[in-house]
Write a protein that binds this ligand. Structure first.
Ligand SMILES: C[S@@+](CC[C@H](N)C(=O)[O-])C[C@H]1O[C@@H](n2cnc3c(N)ncnc32)[C@H](O)[C@@H]1O
Length: 402
């Protein structure tokens, strides 16, 4: 695995003009704000490098410390991505698949490990199969028929692997496999190319995949008669394990609290909350397979009395009794659930959301924090019911567990 130093060019592209010339040194608050904004736009590595390149008298010591923490995390991310790229290329090569990185030179600057490869379109199905051996699965879960239909016409397929070559503390790695020469499709082909909604409409077995090309009219009629109620909201991506404890700490969860994780995935937040703080926890999840996984994990951890996993829709979930709500959901989903959560929680209750992209919530958070641990980095926003909303996005230092 390459060293962090090898991976440094990833984040080294400084951004001239980022910091306006001024009299005094930049303090921790403005620097955190800059980095929070950068994280939302996948520029954390470049902004941290820019800050560290400033002369000594332009940054206070603690502001420099924050920039260094983010820079180090981004270098680790780059090292994970570089190792993952080499690993995937080796496995695809053994299978005779002619894959190449889409960018020349170092892996593009990212705060999440991402590998982006291009290959002949005819080899996409085999490449997806081969990458399963390394633990990658498609970002969107699909039936075998839907996957075949998608691979037949989509320009690219997204995969993800939870954890990484470094073990449990590594962040999830995303892998994009792109068709080298996208298919030239005429107007008829474009109309028949199955959309996400077509692929999610019905589960067809693998050999029936060509039928997805005629699903649309049937779906349109069916949806006209009865509109769908349960469109996907967010795919599963677990909170990086290294971030779970600092995020729970930030939310201020204690032994008398009841935490609800909206969209609990494999249950890691509910489980760790109960284990680390002694609170009671409820995980709500729409995906039945994930519900089974989470329940099995609760059982194995001996936490059946403290942690409940419910199969349900977070949009209509009754939050009475909860004191804390955790949400790792994309901005569009958070916009739907946040107002209801803030109405349901008692005074002093806390909603904590985190994302590695812009959230743009309908109610401004009182606190926005950078949370960094190992090769994982995220931005946590929190709302405390009854507290005054500052709404200026000013970041403060993340509290760290001892
Ligand atoms: C980004 S994952 C977060 C998982 C977990 N909270 C964590 O932090 O590790 C979002 C989860 O929300 C679930 N989800 C999406 N839409 C949902 C809905 N309408 N109701 C319940 N769960 C939903 C997805 O299946 C997925 O497991």
């Amino acid at each position: 695995m390459p060293s962090e130093q090898d991976a440094h060019p990833v984040g080294a592209a400084v951004e001239p003009g980022l910091v306006a010339p001024g009299d005094g040194p930049l303090g921790r608050g403005p620097v955190v704000d800059l980095l929070v904004g950068a994280l939302a736009h996948q520029r954390a590595a470049a902004v941290a490098a820019t800050l560290l390149a400033l002369p000594d008298d332009r940054l206070t010591a603690d502001a420099r410390g924050v920039a260094r923490t983010v820079d180090t995390a981004c270098r680790r991310v780059a090292a994970v991505a570089t190792a993952a790229e080499a690993e995937v290329l080796a496995v695809l090569g053994v299978s005779g698949i002619d894959a190449r990185p889409t960018t020349s030179g170092p892996i593009a600057a990212h705060q999440i490990p991402m590998v982006d490869l291009e290959l002949p379109g005819t080899q996409l199905p085999r490449a997806v199969d081969a990458s399963r051996a390394l633990g990658y699965h498609t970002w969107v879960r699909r039936s075998p028929g839907a996957l075949r239909a998608h691979l037949h016409s989509a320009p690219a397929v997204g995969l993800v692997r939870d954890g990484g070559p470094d073990g449990v503390d590594a962040p999830a790695t995303r892998l994009t496999l792109r068709r080298r020469a996208p298919r030239a499709t005429g107007p008829v082909g474009r109309r028949l190319r199955p959309t996400e909604a077509d692929l999610g409409f019905v589960d067809l077995p693998g050999p029936a995949w060509p039928l997805y090309h005629v699903v649309r009219p049937v779906r349109r009629v069916a949806h006209g008669l009865r509109p769908p109620r349960d469109e996907p909201f967010a795919p599963f991506l677990g909170t990086p394990p290294a971030l779970v404890a600092p995020l729970l700490d930030l939310a201020g969860v204690g032994p008398d609290d009841v935490l609800v994780d909206l969209g609990c995935g494999d249950g890691r937040i509910a489980l760790e909350a109960a284990r680390l703080t002694g609170c009671r926890a409820v995980g709500v999840e729409r995906d039945a397979a994930l519900v089974d996984t989470a329940r099995r994990r609760v059982h194995e951890a001996g936490l059946v009395g403290r942690v409940r996993i419910e199969h349900g829709d977070v949009r209509s979930w009754d939050l009475s009794g909860a004191t804390h709500v955790f949400a790792f959901l994309p901005g569009a989903a958070l916009r739907v659930v946040l107002p209801g959560a803030l109405r349901a929680l008692p005074a002093g209750g806390v909603v904590l959301a985190h994302e590695q992209a812009a959230l743009d919530p309908p109610v401004p958070p009182q606190r926005v924090e950078l949370v960094v641990a190992g090769a994982s980095i995220t931005c946590a926003s929190s709302w405390t019911v009854g507290a005054r909303t500052r709404g200026d996005g000013t970041g403060t230092a993340p509290r760290r567990r001892p």
